[in-house]
Design a protein around this ligand. Structure first.
Ligand SMILES: NC(=O)c1ccc[n+]([C@@H]2O[C@H](COP(=O)([O-])OP(=O)(O)OC[C@H]3O[C@@H](n4cnc5c(N)ncnc54)[C@H](OP(=O)(O)O)[C@@H]3O)[C@@H](O)[C@H]2O)c1
Length: 325
Protein backbone atom coordinates (compact mmCIF):
# COMPACT_ATOMS: atom_id res chain seq x y z
CA UNK A 1 0.00 0.00 0.00
CA UNK A 2 1.21 3.49 -0.87
CA UNK A 3 -0.24 6.96 -0.27
CA UNK A 4 -1.33 9.79 -2.52
CA UNK A 5 -3.30 13.03 -2.36
CA UNK A 6 -6.75 12.57 -3.85
CA UNK A 7 -9.54 15.01 -4.73
CA UNK A 8 -13.07 13.56 -4.47
CA UNK A 9 -14.94 16.80 -5.24
CA UNK A 10 -13.82 20.17 -6.61
CA UNK A 11 -13.32 22.98 -4.12
CA UNK A 12 -10.76 24.65 -1.87
CA UNK A 13 -7.41 23.34 -0.64
CA UNK A 14 -9.22 21.29 2.03
CA UNK A 15 -10.33 18.93 -0.76
CA UNK A 16 -6.73 17.63 -1.05
CA UNK A 17 -6.78 14.42 1.05
CA UNK A 18 -3.88 12.11 1.91
CA UNK A 19 -5.15 8.55 1.37
CA UNK A 20 -3.93 4.99 0.89
CA UNK A 21 -4.08 3.95 -2.77
CA UNK A 22 -3.41 0.79 -4.76
CA UNK A 23 -1.00 1.07 -7.67
CA UNK A 24 -0.71 -1.84 -10.08
CA UNK A 25 2.22 -2.96 -12.17
CA UNK A 26 3.17 -0.97 -15.30
CA UNK A 27 1.33 -1.90 -18.49
CA UNK A 28 2.71 -1.65 -22.03
CA UNK A 29 4.68 1.59 -22.47
CA UNK A 30 4.38 2.53 -18.80
CA UNK A 31 6.84 2.95 -15.94
CA UNK A 32 6.31 2.72 -12.19
CA UNK A 33 8.23 5.45 -10.42
CA UNK A 34 8.89 6.20 -6.75
CA UNK A 35 8.84 9.94 -6.23
CA UNK A 36 11.33 11.71 -4.04
CA UNK A 37 10.02 15.21 -4.89
CA UNK A 38 6.85 16.55 -6.52
CA UNK A 39 6.50 19.97 -8.16
CA UNK A 40 3.71 22.43 -7.29
CA UNK A 41 2.23 24.40 -10.18
CA UNK A 42 -0.66 26.79 -10.64
CA UNK A 43 -2.33 24.30 -12.98
CA UNK A 44 -2.79 22.04 -9.95
CA UNK A 45 -5.10 24.71 -8.53
CA UNK A 46 -7.16 24.85 -11.75
CA UNK A 47 -7.75 21.08 -11.62
CA UNK A 48 -8.59 21.19 -7.90
CA UNK A 49 -11.17 23.98 -8.31
CA UNK A 50 -12.69 22.46 -11.45
CA UNK A 51 -11.66 25.31 -13.79
CA UNK A 52 -9.90 22.51 -15.69
CA UNK A 53 -11.63 19.13 -15.74
CA UNK A 54 -9.74 15.97 -14.69
CA UNK A 55 -10.60 12.78 -16.60
CA UNK A 56 -12.65 11.54 -13.60
CA UNK A 57 -13.24 11.96 -9.85
CA UNK A 58 -11.55 11.13 -7.55
CA UNK A 59 -8.22 12.07 -9.06
CA UNK A 60 -4.64 12.67 -7.94
CA UNK A 61 -3.38 16.12 -9.01
CA UNK A 62 0.09 17.09 -10.17
CA UNK A 63 2.08 17.09 -13.39
CA UNK A 64 5.68 17.30 -12.18
CA UNK A 65 7.96 15.07 -10.20
CA UNK A 66 11.37 13.51 -9.76
CA UNK A 67 12.36 10.09 -8.49
CA UNK A 68 13.53 6.63 -9.42
CA UNK A 69 12.17 4.06 -11.88
CA UNK A 70 11.05 0.95 -9.97
CA UNK A 71 9.72 -1.12 -12.89
CA UNK A 72 8.93 -0.77 -16.59
CA UNK A 73 6.19 -2.40 -18.64
CA UNK A 74 6.47 -4.27 -21.94
CA UNK A 75 7.91 -2.24 -24.81
CA UNK A 76 9.87 0.27 -22.69
CA UNK A 77 13.41 0.09 -24.05
CA UNK A 78 15.20 3.26 -23.01
CA UNK A 79 14.55 3.19 -19.25
CA UNK A 80 15.43 0.63 -16.57
CA UNK A 81 14.79 0.16 -12.85
CA UNK A 82 17.13 2.41 -10.87
CA UNK A 83 17.21 5.26 -13.41
CA UNK A 84 16.83 8.77 -11.95
CA UNK A 85 14.04 10.50 -13.85
CA UNK A 86 11.78 13.53 -13.82
CA UNK A 87 8.83 14.90 -15.77
CA UNK A 88 6.78 18.07 -16.15
CA UNK A 89 3.72 17.43 -18.27
CA UNK A 90 0.40 15.56 -18.39
CA UNK A 91 -1.06 13.12 -17.41
CA UNK A 92 -2.18 14.03 -13.89
CA UNK A 93 -1.09 11.95 -10.92
CA UNK A 94 2.11 13.39 -9.44
CA UNK A 95 0.91 13.99 -5.84
CA UNK A 96 1.73 10.48 -4.65
CA UNK A 97 4.56 8.41 -3.20
CA UNK A 98 4.52 6.31 -6.37
CA UNK A 99 2.75 6.46 -9.71
CA UNK A 100 2.37 4.83 -13.09
CA UNK A 101 3.22 7.10 -16.02
CA UNK A 102 3.69 6.74 -19.78
CA UNK A 103 7.43 6.13 -20.04
CA UNK A 104 7.73 8.46 -23.02
CA UNK A 105 7.01 11.42 -20.70
CA UNK A 106 10.07 10.70 -18.50
CA UNK A 107 13.35 12.55 -18.81
CA UNK A 108 16.59 11.06 -17.46
CA UNK A 109 18.09 13.55 -15.00
CA UNK A 110 21.68 14.71 -15.45
CA UNK A 111 23.96 13.91 -12.49
CA UNK A 112 24.43 17.60 -11.66
CA UNK A 113 20.66 18.17 -11.20
CA UNK A 114 19.37 17.07 -7.79
CA UNK A 115 15.82 15.82 -7.35
CA UNK A 116 14.55 18.89 -5.47
CA UNK A 117 15.80 21.24 -8.18
CA UNK A 118 14.47 18.99 -10.95
CA UNK A 119 11.00 18.90 -9.40
CA UNK A 120 11.10 22.70 -9.11
CA UNK A 121 12.34 23.16 -12.66
CA UNK A 122 10.84 20.81 -15.21
CA UNK A 123 7.29 22.00 -15.84
CA UNK A 124 8.03 25.71 -15.45
CA UNK A 125 11.34 25.34 -17.30
CA UNK A 126 9.83 23.50 -20.27
CA UNK A 127 7.23 26.25 -20.33
CA UNK A 128 9.89 28.97 -20.37
CA UNK A 129 11.65 27.03 -23.16
CA UNK A 130 8.69 26.97 -25.50
CA UNK A 131 7.59 30.53 -24.64
CA UNK A 132 10.97 32.13 -25.35
CA UNK A 133 12.37 29.81 -28.00
CA UNK A 134 9.35 28.52 -29.95
CA UNK A 135 6.10 30.45 -29.47
CA UNK A 136 8.18 33.55 -30.11
CA UNK A 137 11.92 33.43 -30.78
CA UNK A 138 13.22 36.15 -28.47
CA UNK A 139 16.20 37.94 -29.96
CA UNK A 140 18.86 40.31 -28.64
CA UNK A 141 17.62 43.91 -28.63
CA UNK A 142 13.93 43.02 -28.34
CA UNK A 143 11.73 43.89 -25.38
CA UNK A 144 9.39 41.47 -23.63
CA UNK A 145 6.75 41.90 -20.92
CA UNK A 146 6.23 39.11 -18.39
CA UNK A 147 3.59 39.20 -15.63
CA UNK A 148 4.11 37.49 -12.25
CA UNK A 149 7.82 38.09 -12.87
CA UNK A 150 8.86 36.80 -9.42
CA UNK A 151 6.84 33.58 -9.74
CA UNK A 152 7.96 30.13 -10.80
CA UNK A 153 7.70 30.63 -14.56
CA UNK A 154 8.45 34.35 -14.13
CA UNK A 155 11.94 34.08 -12.60
CA UNK A 156 12.97 31.54 -15.24
CA UNK A 157 11.66 33.70 -18.09
CA UNK A 158 13.39 36.83 -16.72
CA UNK A 159 16.78 35.10 -16.52
CA UNK A 160 16.54 33.27 -19.84
CA UNK A 161 15.28 36.29 -21.80
CA UNK A 162 18.05 38.41 -20.24
CA UNK A 163 20.61 35.78 -21.31
CA UNK A 164 19.18 36.00 -24.85
CA UNK A 165 19.92 39.72 -24.84
CA UNK A 166 16.35 40.99 -24.51
CA UNK A 167 15.17 43.86 -22.35
CA UNK A 168 12.81 42.39 -19.77
CA UNK A 169 9.89 44.29 -18.24
CA UNK A 170 8.10 42.45 -15.42
CA UNK A 171 5.00 43.16 -13.37
CA UNK A 172 4.91 42.16 -9.70
CA UNK A 173 2.62 42.49 -6.71
CA UNK A 174 5.10 43.85 -4.13
CA UNK A 175 8.42 45.67 -3.63
CA UNK A 176 10.02 42.45 -2.36
CA UNK A 177 9.01 40.61 -5.54
CA UNK A 178 10.28 43.53 -7.63
CA UNK A 179 13.73 43.29 -5.99
CA UNK A 180 13.79 39.52 -6.56
CA UNK A 181 12.84 39.88 -10.23
CA UNK A 182 15.48 42.58 -10.76
CA UNK A 183 18.09 40.28 -9.20
CA UNK A 184 17.15 37.70 -11.86
CA UNK A 185 17.51 39.70 -15.05
CA UNK A 186 14.34 41.78 -15.04
CA UNK A 187 15.46 45.22 -16.26
CA UNK A 188 12.30 47.14 -15.35
CA UNK A 189 9.75 46.15 -12.71
CA UNK A 190 6.23 47.55 -12.51
CA UNK A 191 4.14 47.39 -9.33
CA UNK A 192 0.84 46.73 -11.08
CA UNK A 193 -1.23 47.56 -7.98
CA UNK A 194 0.19 51.11 -7.74
CA UNK A 195 1.34 51.98 -11.23
CA UNK A 196 -0.27 52.36 -14.66
CA UNK A 197 1.17 49.31 -16.41
CA UNK A 198 0.45 50.51 -19.95
CA UNK A 199 1.86 54.01 -19.36
CA UNK A 200 5.05 52.60 -17.79
CA UNK A 201 5.57 50.14 -20.66
CA UNK A 202 5.04 52.89 -23.25
CA UNK A 203 7.51 55.13 -21.38
CA UNK A 204 10.16 52.39 -21.16
CA UNK A 205 9.81 51.57 -24.87
CA UNK A 206 9.72 55.22 -26.07
CA UNK A 207 6.08 54.79 -27.03
CA UNK A 208 6.65 51.82 -29.27
CA UNK A 209 5.33 48.94 -27.12
CA UNK A 210 6.87 45.52 -26.51
CA UNK A 211 7.50 42.79 -29.08
CA UNK A 212 5.75 40.10 -27.04
CA UNK A 213 3.67 39.87 -23.87
CA UNK A 214 3.66 36.67 -21.83
CA UNK A 215 0.40 36.86 -19.86
CA UNK A 216 -0.37 34.12 -17.32
CA UNK A 217 -2.65 36.29 -15.18
CA UNK A 218 -5.62 36.16 -17.56
CA UNK A 219 -8.82 38.04 -16.72
CA UNK A 220 -7.37 40.95 -14.69
CA UNK A 221 -4.49 41.71 -17.07
CA UNK A 222 -5.65 40.75 -20.56
CA UNK A 223 -6.79 44.17 -21.81
CA UNK A 224 -3.73 45.95 -20.41
CA UNK A 225 -1.47 43.32 -21.98
CA UNK A 226 -2.88 44.01 -25.45
CA UNK A 227 -2.33 47.76 -24.91
CA UNK A 228 1.38 47.16 -24.13
CA UNK A 229 2.15 45.62 -27.53
CA UNK A 230 3.86 47.21 -30.52
CA UNK A 231 2.13 47.14 -33.90
CA UNK A 232 1.85 43.50 -35.03
CA UNK A 233 3.13 42.37 -31.61
CA UNK A 234 2.37 38.94 -30.18
CA UNK A 235 0.12 38.29 -27.18
CA UNK A 236 0.86 34.94 -25.53
CA UNK A 237 -1.96 34.14 -23.13
CA UNK A 238 -0.72 31.10 -21.23
CA UNK A 239 -2.54 31.06 -17.90
CA UNK A 240 -5.45 32.28 -15.77
CA UNK A 241 -4.24 32.88 -12.22
CA UNK A 242 -6.85 35.67 -11.83
CA UNK A 243 -9.55 33.78 -13.76
CA UNK A 244 -10.16 32.87 -17.41
CA UNK A 245 -10.15 35.54 -20.10
CA UNK A 246 -13.77 36.21 -21.18
CA UNK A 247 -14.65 35.79 -24.87
CA UNK A 248 -13.40 38.83 -26.75
CA UNK A 249 -14.08 40.64 -30.01
CA UNK A 250 -11.47 39.67 -32.61
CA UNK A 251 -11.72 43.10 -34.23
CA UNK A 252 -9.84 44.42 -31.17
CA UNK A 253 -6.69 42.90 -32.67
CA UNK A 254 -7.24 45.08 -35.71
CA UNK A 255 -7.98 48.27 -33.71
CA UNK A 256 -4.88 47.80 -31.56
CA UNK A 257 -2.42 47.39 -34.44
CA UNK A 258 -2.82 44.10 -36.31
CA UNK A 259 -1.86 42.11 -33.22
CA UNK A 260 -1.29 38.34 -33.06
CA UNK A 261 -2.53 36.13 -30.23
CA UNK A 262 -1.96 32.54 -29.14
CA UNK A 263 -3.08 30.39 -26.20
CA UNK A 264 -0.49 27.58 -25.86
CA UNK A 265 0.19 24.70 -23.46
CA UNK A 266 3.25 22.46 -23.02
CA UNK A 267 1.54 19.62 -24.86
CA UNK A 268 1.43 21.68 -28.06
CA UNK A 269 5.24 21.85 -28.06
CA UNK A 270 6.33 18.67 -26.24
CA UNK A 271 3.74 16.45 -27.89
CA UNK A 272 6.20 13.84 -29.15
CA UNK A 273 9.09 12.24 -27.27
CA UNK A 274 11.59 13.77 -29.69
CA UNK A 275 10.13 17.25 -29.07
CA UNK A 276 10.14 16.73 -25.30
CA UNK A 277 13.77 15.57 -25.21
CA UNK A 278 14.95 18.42 -27.47
CA UNK A 279 13.24 20.94 -25.16
CA UNK A 280 14.73 19.27 -22.07
CA UNK A 281 18.22 19.39 -23.67
CA UNK A 282 17.84 23.10 -24.35
CA UNK A 283 16.62 23.68 -20.78
CA UNK A 284 19.44 21.64 -19.23
CA UNK A 285 21.98 23.52 -21.37
CA UNK A 286 20.87 26.93 -20.14
CA UNK A 287 20.56 25.81 -16.49
CA UNK A 288 23.81 23.81 -16.62
CA UNK A 289 25.63 26.86 -17.99
CA UNK A 290 24.59 28.86 -14.93
CA UNK A 291 22.74 31.47 -17.03
CA UNK A 292 19.42 30.42 -15.49
CA UNK A 293 19.27 29.55 -11.78
CA UNK A 294 16.44 27.56 -10.23
CA UNK A 295 14.89 29.15 -7.16
CA UNK A 296 13.08 26.56 -5.07
CA UNK A 297 11.99 29.07 -2.44
CA UNK A 298 9.37 26.98 -0.59
CA UNK A 299 8.92 23.32 0.25
CA UNK A 300 6.16 21.46 2.08
CA UNK A 301 5.64 17.78 2.98
CA UNK A 302 3.56 16.20 0.19
CA UNK A 303 0.84 15.25 2.65
CA UNK A 304 0.47 19.00 3.47
CA UNK A 305 -0.23 19.90 -0.17
CA UNK A 306 -3.25 21.93 1.02
CA UNK A 307 -0.91 24.36 2.82
CA UNK A 308 1.16 24.68 -0.34
CA UNK A 309 -1.95 25.47 -2.40
CA UNK A 310 -3.01 28.14 0.12
CA UNK A 311 0.41 29.76 -0.11
CA UNK A 312 0.44 29.73 -3.93
CA UNK A 313 -3.09 31.07 -4.32
CA UNK A 314 -2.57 33.85 -1.77
CA UNK A 315 0.56 35.02 -3.67
CA UNK A 316 2.89 34.27 -0.76
CA UNK A 317 5.31 32.21 -2.86
CA UNK A 318 8.15 33.29 -5.11
CA UNK A 319 10.02 31.08 -7.57
CA UNK A 320 9.27 27.37 -7.43
CA UNK A 321 7.62 25.30 -4.70
CA UNK A 322 8.35 21.61 -4.12
CA UNK A 323 6.38 18.99 -2.20
CA UNK A 324 8.76 16.64 -0.39
CA UNK A 325 7.68 12.98 -0.42
N1 LIG B 1 0.19 27.18 -20.53
C1 LIG B 1 1.25 26.59 -20.01
O1 LIG B 1 1.91 25.76 -20.66
C2 LIG B 1 1.64 26.93 -18.61
C3 LIG B 1 2.67 26.22 -17.98
C4 LIG B 1 3.08 26.62 -16.70
C5 LIG B 1 2.44 27.67 -16.06
N2 LIG B 1 1.41 28.30 -16.68
C6 LIG B 1 0.73 29.43 -16.03
O2 LIG B 1 1.70 30.37 -15.63
C7 LIG B 1 1.26 31.03 -14.45
C8 LIG B 1 2.36 30.98 -13.43
O3 LIG B 1 2.45 29.66 -12.91
P1 LIG B 1 3.41 29.33 -11.71
O4 LIG B 1 3.13 27.92 -11.33
O5 LIG B 1 4.79 29.75 -12.05
O6 LIG B 1 2.82 30.29 -10.55
P2 LIG B 1 3.48 31.60 -9.91
O7 LIG B 1 3.73 32.61 -10.98
O8 LIG B 1 4.64 31.17 -9.08
O9 LIG B 1 2.36 32.09 -8.92
C9 LIG B 1 1.32 32.86 -9.33
C10 LIG B 1 1.63 34.37 -9.21
O10 LIG B 1 0.70 35.01 -10.08
C11 LIG B 1 0.43 36.30 -9.60
N3 LIG B 1 -1.02 36.53 -9.59
C12 LIG B 1 -1.63 37.50 -10.29
N4 LIG B 1 -2.95 37.45 -10.07
C13 LIG B 1 -3.17 36.45 -9.21
C14 LIG B 1 -4.34 35.94 -8.58
N5 LIG B 1 -5.55 36.48 -8.81
N6 LIG B 1 -4.22 34.89 -7.74
C15 LIG B 1 -3.01 34.35 -7.50
N7 LIG B 1 -1.87 34.80 -8.06
C16 LIG B 1 -1.94 35.85 -8.91
C17 LIG B 1 1.05 36.38 -8.20
O11 LIG B 1 2.24 37.17 -8.31
P3 LIG B 1 2.17 38.76 -7.96
O12 LIG B 1 2.01 38.85 -6.48
O13 LIG B 1 3.46 39.29 -8.45
O14 LIG B 1 0.97 39.28 -8.69
C18 LIG B 1 1.40 34.96 -7.85
O15 LIG B 1 2.51 34.86 -6.99
C19 LIG B 1 -0.06 30.37 -14.06
O16 LIG B 1 -1.13 31.14 -14.58
C20 LIG B 1 0.00 29.04 -14.76
O17 LIG B 1 -1.25 28.51 -15.02
C21 LIG B 1 1.01 27.94 -17.94
Amino acid sequence: MTHAIRVHAHGGPEMLRWEPVEIGQPGPGEALIRHTMVGLNFIDVYFRTGLYQPPSLPFTPGMEGAGVVEAVGPGVADLAPGDRVGYGSAPLGAYGEKRLIPADRLIKLPDWLDDLTAAGLLLQGLTAQYLLRQTYTVKAGETILIHAAAGGVGLLVCQWAHALGATVIGTVGSEEKAALARAHGCDHTILYRDEDVVARVRAITDGRGVDVVYDSVGKDMFDRSLDCLKRRGLMVSFGNSSGPVPPFDISLLNKKGGLFITRPSIGHYAGTRAELLAMADDLFDVVGSGKVKVNVNQSFPLRDAAEAHRALESRQTTGATVLVV
